[in-house]
Every structure is written in C-alpha cells, then in structure tokens.
Design a protein around this ligand. Structure first.
Ligand code: SAH
Length: 396
C-alpha cells in the first residue's frame, strides 16, 4: 500500500484513542494520490503508523479507520474474517427459535465502516453508506453469499449518507431473488409483516427487539397507548403480556395498516377508533384536552436530533412529547420513552425527564434503563455507535 494520510501535529489524540473518524481538519497531508474509497495508511507527523482506513476526499470524514496498529493486507480474506467475526458474535441469536431477524453487521462498531447488514429470515438487507464499502460492493456481496447462502441480498440506500460520501447507489437486488412484499419475519416469538423495499430503515426497527419484551413486562394489564407505533411491535408484545386494550398511533397510514394486520394475524383485533393516523404531538394534546388517560404510554419517536446542531431544538421536542405523555398516564402507571438520536446521550435524556417531572409535579421513578439490542454493539472507542436510549418510568 502506497497512499498515506499524515495527521496534523496536535490533532493525534483522537487517533491515539482509536476513534475511527479522521476529519479533514486533522489531516496534515495526503501522499500517494489515493482515490476516493481507497485504503490508506494513517501515520502521525513523526511517521508512526497508527492504522488503516477508507479514504474519501468528498467527505468531511476524510478517513474511516478500521484497522489499528501495524499495516496488514486488506484483501477479500481480511473482510471475510471481519464478517465471520460479526456473524460469530451473533451466534446466540442465530439459534434463537423465536427470532429470525437481527443485525449481523453494524458498520464501524463491527470494524467495517459503512456496511450494515440485517438478516430478515432467509434474506439479507444491506446498506452501504461509505465510498469504501460501495467500491467493494461486489466483494461484500460475494463473501456474504458464500458465508450465509441467503435467498437474496437487497440494497436499501441511505440518501443522506450517500450525498455526504459523494455517490449514489439505487435500492434493489444485489444477488439472488427479491424478498416478497409482505415478508413474514419472526421476532421474540411473534410474526411481523415486513416490507423490505418500502418500509422504514431496512424494513423493521430491529434495535428495539429486547426493549419490546421488557417494556411489555411493565405495561401489564390495562390500556396501553403505543405512540409512534410503526408496525405495532410494542403493542403486540403488550397484548401478549395481558394488555386489555391498545391504541396505535403513527403518522404513516401504511405503517398503521401493517400494524393492524400484524395484530390481527396474532389474534388480536383493534377497533377503528384505536388506530389513529396523525401527528402524535397534536394527538397527545387532543387526548389531554379530552381528558383521556392510559395505564401505560410508549413513546418511540423518530430521530429528532439528526445532528449535534439540532440537539437544542430536539430536546424541546422530546420534553414536549414526554410532558404530554406523563399527563396521559394514570397514577401508578408507566411511561416507556426513547430517543434514537445519537447526539442525545442518556444523561441528557434523563435531564429532560427530570425537568418533565418538575413541570408536571408528578413523582417519577426510573424502573428500568434501556438501550439498543446487543446485535447493535457499541465500540468503546466510538461513542457515536451508542445511539438508542430509553427508560421505563413509573408515574405516581
Ligand atoms: N415503535 C416502532 C418504531 C418507531 S419509529 C417499532 O417498534 O417498530 C418512529 C415512527 O414514528 C415511524 O413509524 C414514523 O412513521 C412515525 N412518526 C414520525 N413522525 C411522527 C409524528 N410526528 N407523529 C406520529 N408518528 C410519527
């Protein structure tokens, strides 16, 4: 390997601490004329070798390091070893008869920056969000096919990331056959109709698997409001744990229809009035004004802070919806609430809850803390890989 990126003096600290992102401002010079997507060696200004990563001049993140220490050959076998390591670390999920869908490769946190692979039964859905991975598209498809023999490999693009990285890669089939429109996946013993091509993310919110089960253990009997329900997974778990009635709410009409079908297939029917298509921020106000209340409320909004610069306004929105949510909970009931904004850490989220408690005057206890599923691991040198936090609150 010839190409080299030299770190500017005074900017080495995060590299020494093995943070995988090297921003343009930390680069002193680039030698050997690498093309975007090439593997480069990263050295400090005294020529000490730090690691190897994907180079991309189009991105503010100039290098994404995936190999620390002395340089090694980055060939198909290198990537095969990384993929095998990731698959191996999910081996407990692979033999779980209740679940056939989970994340197999979680980008930087699994040592492959920009490669996300989700298993949905016999199909794989991949997301390629860096130039380095996109350039090796066929290699990754070949290795995944050899290692896992899926019925098909489908690509779901991430337009924001593609723009930042300077490429476009359309959605579609990369190998094998296309998944059916209504793919039935299994999670925690329940079946969910999942639309790989047009659903959210790669089709399903796999990161909430453990939390659905744990939330349902708290919601128990009574009336549950599943706000931002998508395809109804929290609601289904709650019903199975004895909820008497669930109310589903989401702004997506098609998600809500699928939610209803998922509940229906599991033997639970939901009345029309309990399936509400609309904006939850408005709906919560309407419920408050109507004096509606619930034994449990689940709040799982989309990423309200897509970047650090949006954290302040996002915190106001989190506070708004949680304040309203607390008011809808009957005394002794529970609120299960989440943030999937990577820029909002658990401490900031808890502080928001603290202000909510003060404003409502209700006594609030944290009875359980929740995070992303273990198939979405967090690299300790890459705190950005921790993005989902949640709490189960008991509201007096
Ligand atoms: N709880 C879901 C995942 C929720 S993801 C699950 O377990 O699968 C966030 C959901 O919020 C998406 O389904 C999206 O359609 C919906 N959404 C986004 N903005 C909304 C709003 N303002 N009001 C209601 N729903 C919204």
């Amino acid at each position: 390997m010839n190409a080299k990126v030299v770190i500017a003096p005074g900017r080495e600290k995060s590299v020494y601490y093995r943070h995988p992102w090297i921003f343009s401002g930390a680069v002193k010079s680039v030698e050997g004329g690498p093309a975007d997507g090439d593997v480069v060696q990263v050295v400090d200004h005294e020529e000490r070798v730090c690691g190897q990563g994907f180079y991309n001049f189009a991105s503010e993140i100039r290098v994404r390091v995936f190999q620390w220490g002395e340089s090694v050959e980055i060939d198909a076998e290198f990537w095969r070893a990384r993929i095998r390591r990731a698959i191996q670390s999910r081996s407990r999920l692979a033999v779980d008869p209740e679940t056939d869908s989970y994340r197999l490769i979680h980008s930087d946190a699994d040592g492959i920056p920009g490669l996300i692979v989700d298993r949905y039964g016999d199909y794989l859905v991949v997301q390629m969000t860096t130039r380095g991975v996109e350039q090796r598209k066929q290699l990754f498809v070949d290795v995944l096919t050899e290692e896992l023999s899926p019925l098909g490999i489908w690509h779901r693009g991430d337009a924001d990331m593609e723009e930042k990285e300077g490429f476009t890669l359309p959605d579609g089939l990369l190998g094998g056959g296309a998944p059916p429109k209504d793919l039935v996946i299994r999670e925690g013993g329940f079946e969910f109709l999942t639309d790989i091509a047009d659903g959210h993310k790669t089709g399903f919110y796999l990161d909430q698997r453990d939390n659905r089960r744990r939330a349902a253990a708290h919601t128990g009997a009574g009336e549950v409001l599943d706000a931002f329900c998508y395809t109804g997974a929290f609601a289904l778990h709650s019903l199975a744990q004895g909820a008497d009635r669930v109310t589903l709410a989401d702004s997506s009409v098609s998600a809500l229809e699928t939610a209803r079908r998922n509940l229906d297939r599991a033997g639970y029917s939901v009345a029309d009035e309990d399936c509400i298509a609309g904006n939850c921020f408005q709906l919560f106000r309407r419920f408050r004004d109507e004096g509606r209340s619930f034994d449990s409320v689940i709040i799982d909004p989309p990423k309200l802070a897509p970047s650090r610069s949006r954290v302040k306004s996002a915190m106001r929105a989190y506070k708004d919806i949680n304040l309203l949510g607390v008011k809808l909970v009957r005394p002794g009931g529970s609120l299960v609430t989440f943030s999937c904004s990577g820029a909002v850490d658990a401490a900031a989220f808890q502080e928001m809850i603290f202000h909510t408690a003060l404003d409502t005057g209700r006594d609030i206890q944290i009875v359980e803390r929740l995070s992303q599923g273990l198939d979405h691991p967090v690299s300790v040198t890459f705190p950005e890989s921790q993005y989902l936090c949640g709490v189960v609150l008991r509201i007096e």
